[in-house]
Write a protein of this length. Sequence first.
Length: 75
Amino acid sequence: MQERERSERTYRVFRRIYDFSMASLILGAGFLMLGAKWFKVDQVLNIDATFRYMFGGMCMLYGGFRLYRGFKQDY
C-alpha cells in the first residue's frame, strides 16, 4: 500500500507542476494577444484586432482556470 501512496503523491506533484506551467504559458499568450499594441508586436502577429482580443480573452479565462485547478489540487 505504501507504493501506491507514493505513486499517487508523485502524480499529484507532477499534475500540479503541469497545471502551473500550462497556466503560465496560456496566460502569457493571453497577455501577448491583449497587449500586442503596447509590446509592439501587432505588426508581427498580423492578426485582425477583433480576433486577437477574443483569443486573448479566451486564453486569459482558460489560463485562470488552469491556475485555479493547480491551487485546488482536486485530483
